[in-house]
Write a protein that binds this ligand. Structure first.
Ligand SMILES: *Cc1c(COP(=O)(O)O)cnc(C)c1O
Length: 839
């Protein structure tokens, strides 16, 4: 890595480790490390939150000073030695029993990563989740690498004109200002690779560090490229579909090539959303060449090690590309896979979709190329099973193979200094490095006044932040004198007032204006002289989303009212820093998405550790988390109310329950009911909705078994993989020949008996399962019964009588016999979709 030019060797000894620390994103959440950067340059640190930049900007004299400052050096030594120890010590994964499964590397692919404000390569929830995944993987000692893109301009930055219209700005980052360094190989040359695209794109590779986790970031801004190609990684979620496809080629195809060039051969690839789906092709292509097998065989083997996580609740959320675009961009690539273009296109379409204009869907490709698929909350998996129904023709909705792993947040990254202290006192320092099952029992003993103190400390820091931001804005927009300004700023907000936060992407499905449905009622709530409320709103709307921008403008207009101005603020440019102050400072976090469109939502989880409470629609994670003891729910699980009715309920809850609970104090000035909810929410929800739990769940349920399955298929020159590929191809060819000749159904009082004559043709009895199926409408587990061979049919090849007797618990007409594929090493229907219903 490059040492800042001021960093002289004679300081090396005293300030040893400083530059490693500055570049390591895992230090963005260590509260002690903040003090180091603050001491280097308090103002620049507060403005940028970028240690790497602070270190580069500092004067030689200041560094010299600090190297003579014993207290500073001591602090640094402590942190650096903890840092070095953390890199090598045994964590959860090292001590975990793994049943002899070799899981040496997991590669996590994502279009965006929200790691710290110093590395602005994220837009919102998806990126933050990816960042938190890497951070928790580091805490738990997982052998994981991240793969993403390095954007010169990142996502747009938000400003407003005097009328409250959003302005999108694209300041670009100097790569040298970011905590990344070039990846160098062999003799120190910078790792560059060239892609198999028509323009033979050159890709450069950078590396960010999150403790023991490396994140490889690709960019196309290589001077060897055509100017058009150099801009491919300029913006996140900018441009048209051709631009997007180029980025996804870079991420999926380029990403896998980079891992190869570095000698990294992951057993498991985790696709965070469909953007990286092309990776499944490149991974297969590489396997083809290494083992001299055809594409279908290579995909059968490598698929076993791919996991696809979907994050969208609507069909329109997936990336879809026109067939012409795919042909132009990937025609050459199809040749390298030794398949024709139609075969390639079919991988991104629903089965049997022969419309030549049908788009190529990246989620489709991701599912075809993965052994497992998951949504990000229980409700979202249900929604996803609906969305992906057409991919599995004939299969009942509840058997569509999409399960869920509910998201979680990296708790140490979002807790405040005071919350960290409180949790440390009760649960110990290393509480997030292991399985946090025991935390609830320990934290439950927290005292009322400690909880209430925590709120006061966190809330006042948010109030200070709000005032600072307001004053910055006033300085830009107004002509007032300094004292007038100061006066205005001090009148804004009150550290003892119930503080509500509302920040998110301003997309219409999130209904960011539900709270604004009746402005007069909201105004009364905020300005109540005895029990006032203050409100912080923040969020961006995509530059192309005009309805979303109108919603922001409506908030601006509301907040501009003279009586509201001191009680509400819209913070511009919602980013990780704003989010940090908000989730630490608010008493109440409101979320009002239109159910079931919020796949999970994570911002409400970030407030848990800090003692904030949630009021939310029962959508995404809150549908799993909510109990009356931990917060408030808008709209019941089953209820379907209009927006107006829901707004009315929202105001009602605030007026009649929430505000009174906050202001009803006991003799010591503590709101007991409020604090009881805080304790219950912090104790029971924080450990579960953490990235720690999420990453352990991914490991236990997917990473290990996928690695095992992949290795079995790949072993011995892919012997078992070749067999499986042959079996699958035979199955699909021969399936249409199966037929059923004679069905006999008998029913008595207590049992039904079913007998079928089944002719399997060239398939054998081992290749199939014959079952009796009923929709699980009564929540019954035994809605599927396997039918057994009663005897062989004389004079038939692979002809059998199958039979079963079942208890007569439901109407007999509920049951339908069916035939499905069966193989001990194949997951059905993920990999084998044929199904025959005997109607
Ligand atoms: C957590 C977070 C999000 C995602 O929050 P949602 O609950 O999904 O809306 C978006 N932006 C920032 C800056 C965040 O910190």
């Amino acid at each position: 890595m490059t040492i800042p030019k001021y960093f002289r060797p004679d300081m090396e000894q005293k300030l040893d480790g400083l530059s490693d620390l500055a570049r390591d994103c895992s230090y963005s959440w260590v509260h002690g490390a903040d003090e180091i950067w603050r001491e280097l340059d308090a103002e620049f640190w507060a403005q940028t939150r970028n240690p790497w930049l602070v270190l580069q900007a500092i004067s030689r004299a200041r560094l010299e000073d600090l190297s003579q400052n014993e207290a500073f050096c001591e602090k640094l030594r402590t942190i650096v030695s903890a840092h070095r120890q953390a890199l090598s010590e045994q964590r959860w994964f090292q001590t975990k029993k793994r049943q002899g499964i070799a899981l040496r590397k997991i590669a996590y692919f994502s279009m965006e990563f929200g790691l710290s404000e110093a590395l602005p390569i994220y837009s919102g929830g998806l990126g933050l989740l990816a960042g938190d995944h890497l951070k928790a993987a580091n805490d738990l000692g997982l052998p994981l690498v991240g793969v993403g893109l390095l954007y010169q301009k990142g996502y747009f930055r938000q400003a407003f004109d005097a009328d409250g219209n959003q302005i999108a700005l694209y300041p670009s980052s100097e790569t040298s200002d970011l905590p990344v360094c070039p990846v160098r190989i062999n003799h120190g040359e910078w790792l560059r690779i060239q892609l198999l695209t028509p323009s033979r794109l050159w890709v450069r590779v950078w590396q960010a560090q999150i403790g023991r986790i490396k994140l490889y970031l690709l960019d196309s801004n290589d001077p060897a490229n055509h100017p058009v190609d150099r801009c491919i990684t300029a913006e996140l979620y900018g441009g048209e579909s051709e631009y997007r496809l180029s980025q996804e080629i870079l991420l999926g195809i380029g990403g896998w090539q980079v891992l190869q060039a570095l000698g990294i051969t992951p057993e498991v690839c985790h696709l965070n959303e469909g953007h990286a789906a092309l990776l499944v092709l490149e991974r297969a292509r590489h396997f083809m060449n290494a083992h001299r097998v055809d594409f279908a065989t290579a995909l059968t083997v490598t698929r076993a090690g791919n996991l696809f996580t979907t994050h969208t609740s609507v069909e329109a959320g997936f990336d879809r590309f026109s067939p012409e675009l795919i042909k132009n961009s990937l025609g050459l690539y199809a040749k390298a896979l030794n398949i024709d273009l139609d075969t390639l296109l079919a991988l991104g379409r629903n089965p049997g979709d022969n419309n030549p204009a049908a788009p190529f869907n990246m989620a489709c490709l991701a599912i075809r190329g993965s052994a497992a698929v998951n949504g990000v909350s229980r409700l979202h998996a249900e929604v996803s099973r609906n969305i992906f129904l057409p991919l599995f023709p004939g299969w009942p909705k509840y058997e569509i193979p999409v399960t869920h792993v509910t998201n979680g947040v990296h708790v140490p990254a979002w807790d405040s200094m005071e919350a960290d202290e409180l949790w440390t006192n009760l649960c110990g320092k290393n509480r997030w490095f292991c399985d946090p099952d025991h935390l609830a029992a320990q934290f439950r003993h927290v005292k009322d006044h400690d909880l209430w103190n925590l709120r006061a400390q966190n809330r006042s820091r948010l109030v200070q932040f709000v005032r600072d931001e307001y004053s910055r804005e006033l300085n830009v927009h107004s002509t007032l004198s300094d004292t007038e300004l100061e006066d205005l700023v001090l009148r804004l907000f009150d550290p003892n007032v119930l503080t509500i936060g509302f920040a998110r992407r301003f997309a219409t499905y999130k209904r960011p204006n539900l709270l604004l449905t009746d402005p007069e009622r909201l105004a009364r709530l905020l300005t109540d002289p005895h029990r006032p409320v203050q409100l912080v709103v923040s969020g961006k709307a995509h530059p192309a989303d005009l309805p979303g921008q109108r919603l922001i403008k409506a908030w601006h207009q509301f907040i501009r009212r003279p009586e509201i101005r001191e009680r509400a603020i819209f913070l511009s440019d919602y980013d990780m820093i704003t989010a940090e102050y908000l989730v630490q400072g608010v008493d109440l976090w409101i979320n009002t998405p239109r159910r079931p469109w919020e796949a999970c939502g994570t911002s409400g989880m970030k407030i848990l550790v800090n003692g904030g409470l949630n009021l939310s629609e029962l959508d995404g994670w809150w549908a799993e988390a909510y109990r009356p003891e931990v917060g408030w729910a808008l709209n019941g699980h089953e209820a379907e109310h209009t927006d107006a009715q829901q707004a009315d309920m929202l105001y009602g809850l605030l007026e009649n329950e929430i505000v009174p609970a906050f202001y009803r104090r006991n003799d010591s000035g503590i709101p007991e009911r409020w604090v009881a909810k805080m304790r219950e929410s912090m104790t029971t929800l924080t450990p579960y909705f953490s990235a720690n739990r999420m990453v352990r769940e991914y490991t236990d349920r997917f990473y290990l078994s996928l690695a095992d399955q992949y290795q079995r298929r790949a072993a011995n020159g892919a012997r078992s993989g070749r067999d499986l590929a042959r079996w699958l191809s035979r199955l699909n060819d021969l399936w249409p020949k199966i037929h059923v000749a004679h069905v006999e159904i008998e029913n008595s009082e207590s049992v039904y008996s079913f007998r079928l004559q089944v002719y399997l043709g060239d398939l054998t009895a081992e290749d199939v399962k014959v079952e009796l199926f009923a929709e699980p409408t009564y929540g019954d587990a035994d809605n599927i019964y396997e039918m057994r061979i009663d005897h062989e049919l004389p004079g038939a090849v692979n002809g059998f009588v199958y039979s079963v007797e079942i208890p007569a618990k439901r109407p007999i007409s509920d049951y339908t016999p069916r035939i499905i594929p069966s193989h001990p090493d194949v997951s059905v229907p993920t990999e084998a979709q044929p199904i025959l219903w005997v109607k």
